[in-house]
Design a protein around this ligand. Structure first.
Ligand code: TXD
Length: 312
């Protein structure tokens, strides 16, 4: 039996995720969206591409939830994306409604699923999904860290002209402009970034990473990034379905790690068939700790705002 992944929200990130998954023949895919005909059209178009690339996967588009029954993984991307000048937090009210409904409808039909949340504000939406589904923290994960780290890796590759494969970067914290790109743990073929790059170049890369999402939003003018975010989801799906025990940065529910509790926050997590198997802790210096607390304050404020909006 093939694995089954349901993607709620068949917009830019949702459909691009389906594309990456189908191309890697990772699972049968269900695309759900409220727009009539759109998920059906995208599913059919994608299925018609598979004979060309020689992959087999069943791809279904629908406006309802029944087709999502017995999913192994549910990916939630439904919601509004940012417009130029908007922060991710500005999306809280509108998207809480949408994500709450998507989580409620899917958990009824797939009680054993693992959830990957993308909708912004990411860490808060992951928190909401965990509350609505009543799942253990291991089975709800937010996608942010792979993307933020990939952006940092891309910028380092541009700067040094070396293969992206040699570059390992780790970004911790909330998925907002206060995220914490690590400069000592990140490295090029084992050489820490702060030893291989001059301080001012490194600082510029850290800043560009923090604002990486906004950079794409202002270039596109409508909508936000989708190729890189969707590639990040595909990596998480693969790690889970293949039980790879892969360590990636992602937003997970913290219960004391990094001195934080009752919050979804970006940290290195080990992903396998049961979801988050383990959360790793870096030894951070004073500056990194301070930056992490600042980022955590932002996420906590939003979780509080969510609590006043939705009874949790
Ligand atoms: O890495 C990350 N975490 C992010 C997250 C990277 C990129 C995008 N990020 C966030 O994901 C973004 O800020 C938004 O909150 C979501 C979706 O972004 P996307 O770029 O995919 O937006 P689109 O193209 O507008 O797609 C959203 C779809 C659209 O087709 C709507 O019709 C649909 O969501 N939608 C719904 N689907 C199902 N059910 C409901 N209720 C619903 N409401 C809207």
């Amino acid at each position: 039996m093939r694995n089954k992944v349901s993607i709620i929200g068949a917009g830019m990130t949702g459909s691009t995720t389906a594309h990456w998954l189908a191309e890697r023949e990772l699972a049968d895919i269900v695309l759900v969206d409220v727009v009539e005909g759109m998920p059906q059209g995208k599913a059919l178009d994608l299925f018609e591409a598979l004979p060309v690339v020689g992959k087999d996967a069943k791809i279904t588009g629908t406006n309802g939830y029944d087709e999502t029954e017995n999913s192994d993984i549910v990916v939630i991307t439904a919601g509004l994306p940012r417009k130029p000048g908007m922060s991710r937090d500005d999306l809280l009210t509108a998207n809480a409604d949408i994500v709450g409904k998507a989580a409620g409808e899917t958990i009824k039909r797939s009680p054993d699923a693992i959830y990957i949340i993308l909708t912004n504000p990411l860490d808060v939406m992951a928190y909401l999904a965990m509350q609505v589904t009543n799942l253990p923290p291991q089975r709800v994960i937010g996608q942010a860290g792979i993307l933020d780290s990939a952006r940092m890796r891309a910028f380092v590759a541009m700067e040094l002209g070396v293969s992206v494969e040699n570059i390992h970067c780790y970004v911790l914290g909330g998925h907002g402009d206060e995220m914490v790109p690590l400069t000592k743990a990140s490295n090029v073929a084992g050489i820490p970034l702060n030893e291989i790059l001059p301080a001012e170049r490194l600082e510029a890369i850290v800043e560009r990473t923090r604002k990486g999402g906004g950079e794409i939003v202002s270039l596109l003018k409508s909508g936000s990034a989708y190729y890189a975010p969707a590639a990040a989801v595909a990596q998480m799906v693969e790690a889970i379905l293949k039980d790879k025990h892969l360590i990636v940065p992602a937003s997970a529910y913290l219960q004391g790690e990094y001195g934080l509790k009752d919050i979804f926050f970006g940290a290195p997590v080990q992903l396998g068939r049961s979801g988050v198997e383990k959360i790793f802790e870096y030894k951070l210096d004073v500056e990194e700790r301070a930056a992490l607390s600042k980022s955590a304050e932002g996420v906590k404020t939003n979780i509080e705002a969510l609590r006043t909006m939705v009874k949790l």
